[in-house]
Write a protein that binds this ligand. Structure first.
Ligand code: 4AD
Ligand code: MG
Length: 427
């Protein structure tokens, strides 16, 4: 019997297994809120109806003690979850010792150090539950559209997203890196399966402490054969509106716990506004955040741009110098990359990066040299251009940044069960 199914047991006797979430007293009654990981139920212990031993136990029991409670389920609209349990028996499994996270306020450092326990609290429970539904929605979207999941390796010889954020791993005397993105493998996979996606943890040795950066984060990355920049932006719009709608349908209770204004999420319907990098610069100048043409946007610029609309904002045609070696250039202007970033609204910044890939062998060889990348590590990748090259495009969406926006959280650290950040690898 799980608390989330309690409505089916109205008027019946049940036994709950769980932990003490909270407790209060009123005269000869003890109210013990029990959680079992699926919900909370108030258990009512009345001295007049119970043996002295059971009542004393209910009186003494501490926060997070594990127990079995037997009683009668009764509908009560005032109780959390709409039902309460009129207890007839209580069996203690373990009396918990001074649980460190009390109902009072705690600092973030303390909570992060106790992350393994913090996950038991209502807000954290709500966020991680939404995460689970979000990931299912992401996978369903691609599975339903005939994409094949092709897993990409975590240990790799080649850098995808620049050489400054690589975690190096010694591999039997050879140098490898933790993957920054599955993209380079997605591209040959698209030649083998047409429409593919990968989903897994990715790593960046980010040396900056910001509300948007983790060193280990999860990314879902589709790659589509014969798709151009426009096709892949349309796919991203469909994808983002689908996943937002799904979590709104699946997680109303969790959004209530988070006090999320869901009317903001209900506006996330396609199409999304699209502007070029050059137009974005004009908007930044107009909002007194001047940027020189050619410079990449930092967190502050993203926040400004991301506050301009109710919907995600698509920004295309960045200066090629801001982007990775693999981006195809605009045939009308070689200084521009056929890439697109998508910025979440409400100041959340970039959640998607992607675009069209360079598909000409000689051009790509030239870029690898320009970016000072070791060519031999990319020979297999160049094969995609040697044997039946084809136009193709893809993108990557970061789960944690997307979830931070969906849940309106101040920092990505609460969006992953065990965050990894600069100077943070415990627990
Ligand atoms: O823009 P990025 O670097 O793009 C790529 O990795 C491409 N190879 C993807 C592709 O085309 N297949 O990263 C994509 C997304 C970002 O928009 C962001 O959501 C997330 O990954 N991301 C991070 N999330 C948390 N912490 C970090 N340090 C992140 N770096 C990127
Ligand atoms: Mg990016």
């Amino acid at each position: 019997m799980l608390i989330r199914d309690i409505a089916q047991f109205d008027g019946k006797q049940i036994t709950l297994a769980g932990w003490v979430y909270n407790k209060r007293s009123s005269g000869k009654i003890r109210f013990v809120i029990v959680r079992d990981g699926t919900g909370l139920t108030q258990c009512v212990f009345s001295q007049k109806d119970l043996s002295p031993e059971v009542f004393e136990l209910a009186d003494k029991i501490t926060q997070e003690s594990s127990l079995y409670v037997t009683g009668m389920v009764r509908k009560d609209d005032r109780a959390p979850g709409g039902y309460e349990l009129i207890a007839t028996d209580l069996k203690l499994i373990q009396m918990a010792d001074n649980y460190p996270i009390s109902p009072k306020e705690h600092g973030t450092d303390f909570l992060m150090t106790n992350r393994h326990l913090w996950l038991r609290s209502r807000r954290q429970h709500a966020i991680i539950t939404i995460r689970s539904h979000l990931i299912k929605a992401m996978r369903d979207f691609f599975d339903n559209q005939g994409f094949i999941l092709v897993d990409t390796p975590i240990l790799t010889p080649a850098a995808v997203e620049g050489t400054t954020t690589l975690f190096e791993v010694e591999y039997f005397g050879e140098k490898t890196y933790l993957t920054q993105s599955g993209q380079l493998y997605n591209e040959p996979d698209a030649a083998a399966f047409n429409k593919v996606y990968c989903f897994g943890p990715t790593f960046r040795a980010e040396k900056s402490k910001t509300r948007r950066h983790l060193t280990e984060f999860w990314m879902i990355e589709p790659e589509v054969a014969f798709a151009d920049l426009n096709d892949i932006i349309t796919l991203a719009e469909d994808f983002i509106s689908y996943i937002v709608e799904r979590v709104l349908t699946k997680c109303p209770e969790q959004f209530k716990v988070l006090e999320r204004d869901i009317s903001k999420l209900e506006k996330i319907t396609k199409p999304f506004p699209r502007i070029t990098y050059t137009e974005a610069i004009e908007k930044l100048n107009a909002n007194s955040k001047p940027v020189k043409w050619g410079d990449d946007f930092g967190g502050d610029e993203e926040t400004v741009l991301s506050n301009l609309n109710d919907k995600p904002l698509v920004i295309t045609h960045y200066p090629a110098q801001c982007k990775a070696f693999y981006m195809k250039r605009d045939s009308n202007d070689d200084k521009l990359a056929l890439g697109a970033d998508i910025l979440a609204p409400e100041g959340y910044g970039e959640i998607v990066g992607g675009g069209q890939r360079e598909d000409d062998l000689a051009t790509l060889e030239k870029r690898i040299a320009e970016y000072k990348l070791p060519k031999q590590a990319f020979e297999w990748y160049l094969d995609v251009r040697r044997y039946g090259t084809f136009p193709h495009s893809g993108f990557g969406l970061g789960v944690e940044r997307t979830l931070a926006w969906i849940c309106a959280l101040p920092h990505v650290r609460e969006t992953i069960p065990y965050p990894r950040m600069l100077e943070k690898v415990y627990p």
